[in-house]
Design a protein around this ligand. Structure first.
Ligand SMILES: Nc1nc2c(ncn2[C@@H]2O[C@H](COP(=O)(O)OP(=O)(O)OP(=O)(O)O)[C@@H](O)[C@H]2O)c(=O)[nH]1
Ligand SMILES: [Mg+2]
Length: 446
């Protein structure tokens, strides 16, 4: 395990430890808070299903099994690298290997990120006879592999004849359904978007409108074919897996020579140019489509450290925003701002721990109050509990003492975004404050 990975595992464990102890923290809040209110906060945080699922997933994840199907050269290997944000080595042959399929582990040093079953498109088999027997063999292989998800890869620039692949997928799903009693999740990824005209724009941030328009047209084109074929898919998206790599000493290297490099160089390749387009969206789509929870978490852990952290931080923010909205709807004998402050302190603490920092709940509270005005910095929880309707007005002028669920959700989301800006993106407090204001504004306008 390299340092980064050890750190992320450790950070997640710290986060979970804090989560497990948050009940005790709430119990210890000052007595001005009635017990029933404390119970209510606990129930909302610890009883939140999605949050519990996230925390459970920290201990239980396994590499997802991905069945990749697409023609030679469509970019299957490149997609794996794009998802992991790293040039990933394959370790061949975990189970078996036939002429048509190849099973391997994707490794990042010692850590197995995914298990891949790679098949050539069935259409590439030579004769009809071959095709029939090869087909049966592959279907058999696939079922032995028992994938969590299938990714059908197509090419954005030449419109492949997808009929045979689609027909083949239909056969696979039938057997899969029979054996596993669930539908095989299928996601279609249309690769090499960057090669759509005008081809000189390789940086996704610079894709002009006409390029994006053409890409979307290709998605529609393939989608129509698939819909008419009757193959049930989960989602379809266009992507680019384009990454140019350089060795640790800074020399750019073209992909066909990478495997000839010294092993040290291969393990330490860096990104020279990042042309990835919609890979994050693809990850979201895959995560949503995968039904097995441990595999879902495993997929998430396969991304780059920074991306894992960002995804979890974003999810935490959304979960706590939801909790705040629920709490604001519950009539309670304590002022809302105080309850929100506690919930938000837990959120800020979790985000800080996720960023690899130590944080006290008091520091989290001060961070939140700092967003509303520095003057509030020194207040203790007790003072806040007594004075909270006044304090509330600093955050939300004119709101009074009761907070609507929209305001509660928006405020918590804004706090989460500010904490991400400060703790995870390492911005200054001022920048975090700007992020807080921006998030509030965006949310209230939408
Ligand atoms: N411009 C561009 N090139 C890509 C992209 N994805 C892959 N390529 C290139 O296409 C070629 C084939 O990519 P691979 O990832 O090896 O394709 P594959 O599907 O694994 O091929 P096989 O292993 O032979 O089945 C390589 O030269 C890649 O660099 C992309 O999104 N954009
Ligand atoms: Mg390949």
């Amino acid at each position: 395990m390299n340092n980064d990975e050890m750190r992320i595992e450790q950070r997640l464990k710290n986060m979970k430890k804090f989560y497990n102890k948050s009940g005790e923290f709430i119990d210890k809040l000052p007595d001005v808070i009635p017990d029933e209110t404390k119970e209510m906060i606990k129930e909302n945080i610890l009883g939140d299903k999605e949050l519990k699922k996230l925390m459970d997933g920290i201990d239980s994840h396994r590499p997802p099994r991905i069945f990749l199907i697409g023609r030679t050269g469509v970019g299957k290997s490149s997609l794996i690298n794009a998802i992991c944000g790293k040039y990933i080595s394959k370790v061949s042959d975990t189970k078996s290997c036939t002429e048509n399929t190849n099973t391997y582990l994707c490794k990042d040093n010692d850590r197995t990120l995914m298990e891949i079953l790679d098949t050539r498109g069935i259409a590439e088999s030579e004769s009809l006879d071959d095709k029939i027997s090869a087909e049966e063999m592959i279907i058999d292989e696939i079922n032995k592999f028992s994938p969590d998800i299938a990714i059908l890869m197509l090419n954005c620039t030449h419109r492949d004849d997808v009929d045979s692949d689609v027909e083949f997928m239909k056969k696979i799903t039938k057997t899969y359904q029979r054996i596993n009693k669930i539908r095989l999740p299928i996601v279609v990824a249309i690769n090499k978007c960057d090669e759509m005209a005008p081809t000189r724009f390789k940086n996704p941030e610079e894709y002009p409108k006409n390029k994006i328009h053409k890409i979307n047209e290709v998605v529609q084109y393939y989608k129509d074919i698939i819909v008419k074929s009757g193959l049930k898919i989960d989602n379809i998206t266009a992507v680019s897996s384009l990454i140019d790599w350089k060795t640790p000493d800074g020399k750019e290297i073209s992909v066909e020579y990478i495997d000839n490099l010294p092993i040290y160089d291969i393990n330490n390749l860096e990104i020279a140019f990042d042309g990835r387009y919609r890979i994050e969206e693809l990850l979201d789509i895959l995560e949503e489509a995968i039904q097995d929870f441990e595999a879902q978490m495993g997929l998430r852990m396969a991304s780059r450290l920074k991306e894992v952290v960002n995804r979890i931080a974003k999810q935490l923010t959304n979960i706590f925003s939801g909790i705040s909205a629920t709490v604001a709807l519950t009539p309670i004998p304590t002022s809302d701002i105080y309850i929100l402050l506690i919930i938000q302190s837990v959120l800020v603490s979790l985000i800080a721990l996720l960023s690899g920092r130590e944080i006290s709940i008091k520091a989290a509270k001060d961070f939140i109050l700092g967003m509303g005005g520095v003057l509030l910095g020194g207040y203790t929880f007790r003072v806040i509990a007594q004075q909270s309707s006044k304090i509330l007005n600093v955050f939300w002028p004119g709101v009074g003492s009761a907070v609507s669920s929209t305001v509660a959700a928006t405020g918590t989301k804004a706090i989460g975004n500010a904490a991400i800006s400060y703790y995870i993106d390492d911005n200054t407090l001022d920048e975090a404050k700007k992020r807080f204001e921006k998030s509030k504004k965006e949310d209230l306008e939408s």
